[in-house]
Design a protein around this ligand. Structure first.
Ligand code: APR
Length: 244
């Protein structure tokens, strides 16, 4: 992959870099993205039918089992070179911030600390009623485990369709997008709001927008640089070209 001298020198001198990631970054770790055709046990369900408060009210056990299955899938994978390259960028760019839509926890596992998990984290579980976090819970029970504080049903600590994002994380993400000099959009189809508007907010404030994605997205026409391919291949090459 060729990177222009212009982009390389910009990345060498910038301090205010923001990267937004989506499911595509974890694809090379073996995790399915959302809008790939689903295979296996859950192929007949659309994520929307499983990842909403209505779905949980309708059939809490079905939703609980889906997230238990996904938690097992995440436990079985490791960060890939794309995750590690983003952790390296955090070390190299003092005020860089990583915003992720992913709930798999792989960025933290790869070493990123200045991390905003916009859609929550699948490894965390809380009460659907009183929001108390549960340290332990049974995944192989006949029914959905209950909260030890109020008896309410436990649910994954992720943002479902139709739910608002955690206010503190969203405000921090919007602020970061509005004040950055360089905005990376990596492995996201850019169709889910409000995350999809962050790159446009950065662009409108004069930031240089770089897209890394397997295919073009609605952001591509606005991007100053667009690299279409695998993030686990492109990101390590970029880090090498800029800082090594
Ligand atoms: N490298 C780079 N990009 C990739 C790769 C890869 N190895 N594999 C797939 N992609 C791209 C796909 O082309 C697609 O454009 O990643 C994008 C993934 O898009 P989605 O599946 O829509 O995932 P995402 O954008 O993260 O979804 C946003 O939607 O379902 C909700 O809450 C969920 O956080 C999720 C949100």
């Amino acid at each position: 992959m060729n990177f222009s001298f212009e982009l390389i020198s910009l990345l060498r001198r910038t301090s205010k870099l923001v990267a937004l990631t989506g499911a595509g970054v974890s694809q090379e770790s073996g995790l399915r993205t959302f809008r790939d055709a689903q295979t296996g046990l859950w192929s007949q369900y659309k994520p929307e039918e499983l990842a909403s408060p209505e779905a949980f009210r309708r059939d809490p056990k079905l939703v609980w089992d889906w997230y238990a299955w996904r938690r097992e899938a995440v436990k079985g994978v490791r960060p890939n070179p794309g995750h590690y390259a983003l952790a390296e960028i955090e070390k190299r760019v003092p005020e860089s911030i990583l915003i992720t839509q992913n709930v798999d926890g792989l960025h933290r596992m790869a070493g990123n600390q200045r991390l905003i998990e916009l859609h929550g984290n699948i490894q965390r579980v809380r009460c659907a009623d009183c929001c108390t976090y549960a340290e332990t819970w049974g995944d192989d029970t006949e029914s959905v485990p209950q909260c030890s504080a109020c008896g309410g049903l436990l649910r994954p600590d992720v943002v479902w369709f139709g739910e608002s994002l955690p206010r503190h994380q969203l405000e921090a993400a919007v602020e970061a997008a509005r004040t950055c000099e360089v905005f990376f959009s990596i492995g996201t189809s850019g169709v889910v709001q409000p995350a999809a508007s962050l790159a446009f907010a950065a662009h409108n404030r004069g930031a240089v927008v770089v897209e890394i994605n397997a295919e073009p997205t609605p952001l591509t026409p606005k991007a100053n640089y667009a690299f279409h391919g695998k993030s686990g291949e492109i990101l390590p090459e970029l880090v090498k070209a800029v800082w090594e």
